[in-house]
Design a protein around this ligand. Sequence first.
Ligand code: HEM
Ligand code: MG
Length: 259
Amino acid sequence: MIALARPQYGEENPNAWKPAGPGDLRGPCPMMNTLANHGFIQRDGRNITRETAIAGLNAGLNFAESLATIMFDQALVANPEPNSTFFTLDMLNRHNVLEHDASLSRADSIFASPSNVNTSTANAFNATVFAETTSYWTSDTLTPLMLANSKLARQITSRKENPEYAFSTTTEEFSLGEVAAPIIAFGSLEDGTVSRELVTYFFENERLPEELGWTKKNQSIALTEITGVTTIIRAATNLFTGGAANGTSAHTGAKRSLH
Ligand code: HEM
Ligand code: MG
């Protein structure tokens, strides 16, 4: 009886990483997939409610309840049922609802299948796409300029190759937030830099980079922090030269490290 009471392998840490198994749902967001792989949200990717999103984003990343609430409320539109109270990770795959073209690590949904259906495959990690992205990540420490360059390049590639390429002003706001997201989770909120190793490990494994020494921020992350980093990224996407607005100011340190 004593032997039976001992914890089995993996039970010591309820947030141990485990990839999705058969029947588990995943989607286009590498972080929501990651939080599911760690059990910070449901491992099966189903029934994500306001309560579970708040708890998971807090436990996994130290997001404030106020921020997690905003993100959850924005995401509910992914559920096709009106007035629903949850979403599943594969609902996030619905094209041009939240999911959009020119992602950093996913192919455009038009390339998923000849019939252009919204399959999960379209939104699984794609090594070819991610290789294009990382070709702009030219030093061990990623700067806002490198991250912005990869975002812009993905848009130009999509516009060239995808006859149905769509990217609205709303998409741009989400996209800027997504480019800022790895900095928020793994990098410096002050200057917008982040370790390339941590970010690539995260994208490739959908796993928090704990074995590389990363730990969750002590600082609670609220909307102010998101806005701050997003502003840095927005400035860095400006293609003009000759002013702070192009993201090459000393503030970001971006110019120095790219040249
Ligand atoms: C992408 C949803 C939280 C990081 C996406 C996409 C969706 C989404 C629908 C796909 C957009 C596309 O087509 O590229 C959500 C929801 C969240 C959430 C519903 C919470 C309620 C987070 C958090 C982070 C994060 C907390 C990290 C701090 C990312 C990144 C991408 C992304 C980096 C871009 C992936 C790429 O371009 O390949 N998210 N997300 N997300 N998300 Fe999330
Ligand atoms: Mg996409």
